[in-house]
Design a protein. Structure first.
Length: 271
């Protein structure tokens, strides 16, 4: 298998994977979405809420605010040695919010949340939590824990994890005088006309919609759009909870762990 990196930063990872197959790509995609853990607020204790929003709505908004996750320092509540429903230092982070509108209406942003661990804080400090009118107050204590996307979408470390086939476009050799239909219709502007011939640029942007082939007045069209067998473009966009690269690494680790467990069970059955 060969991997080529197209784009890599904290929130995005775009790679070309060659010599892989659909079941593997899909397993990694599903694990990244549903099983790689990240931090999210799970419990909220309201101390004072004189705003117009109900406690539940505020708690829901807080839960969906992405938190930076330190995977190495915390363990999942079900795996933690404390086995306590209240949690301990290794499986729970306490965050507090104390906001008041003293001088008139104002918006409370995620940046006002204070955490006992400065490593675990909202990814962005510009997420609006609530709008308070003059003299309204919101004071609460929240507990964040690790969890998995299959339990609730707030524990999904990625906002997007997709793969597509590697496109292959065979442009006709012949000249196509007075026809630019394929280039005009291409939504990704992959095709263009040069010296009355169809040419391809930025082939990775092709999403195999086949509009160009359908628009071609010649039937069958000399323009061929196909995909390369066993080559994929994978795109991971993180919510910011974990770096995109870490999400993929954790997904491969989890897949390995599941396969090992499977192997162990087979051996146990044979005995
Ligand atoms: Zn614990």
């Amino acid at each position: 298998m060969k991997i080529e990196i197209l784009e890599r930063n904290d929130t995005n990872l775009r790679i070309i994977v060659k010599d892989a197959d659909v079941p593997l790509m899909n397993a990694l995609r599903r694990i990244a979405l549903a099983e790689v853990p990240c931090m999210a607020i799970e419990e909220v204790v309201m101390i004072e809420n004189s705003s117009i929003l109900q406690d539940e709505i505020i708690a829901h908004r807080l839960g969906l605010t992405p938190l930076r996750t330190d995977l190495d320092a915390y363990s999942l509540p079900e795996d933690c040695e404390c086995q306590s429903e209240f949690g301990c230092q290794k499986c729970r982070v306490t965050l507090t919010l104390d906001a008041e509108a003293k001088d008139g209406t104002r918006t409370v942003y995620s940046g006002e949340i204070v955490s006992e661990n400065p490593e675990v804080l909202p990814v962005s400090d510009k997420v609006p939590i609530i709008k308070l009118a003059k003299n309204q107050k919101l004071k609460l204590e929240a507990y964040a824990r690790l969890g998995k996307g299959k339990t609730h979408a707030k524990w999904q470390p990625v906002s997007m994890c997709t793969y597509k086939y590697y496109p292959k476009i065979i442009a006709p050799n012949q000249e196509c005088p007075d026809c630019t239909k394929c280039a005009d219709i291409c939504p990704k502007k992959v095709l263009f006309i040069k010296d009355e011939k169809v040419d391809v640029r930025d082939i990775l942007n092709c999403n195999l919609c086949m509009d160009c082939v359908e628009a071609c007045p010649q039937k069958p069209s000399p323009l061929k759009v196909e995909w390369v067998k066993n080559a994929f473009i994978m795109n991971i966009e993180s919510t910011g909870a974990l770096p995109a690269e870490r999400v993929l690494k954790e997904a491969t680790k989890l897949l390995g762990k599941q396969l090992k467990e499977f192997e162990k069970q087979i051996k146990a059955e044979q005995k």
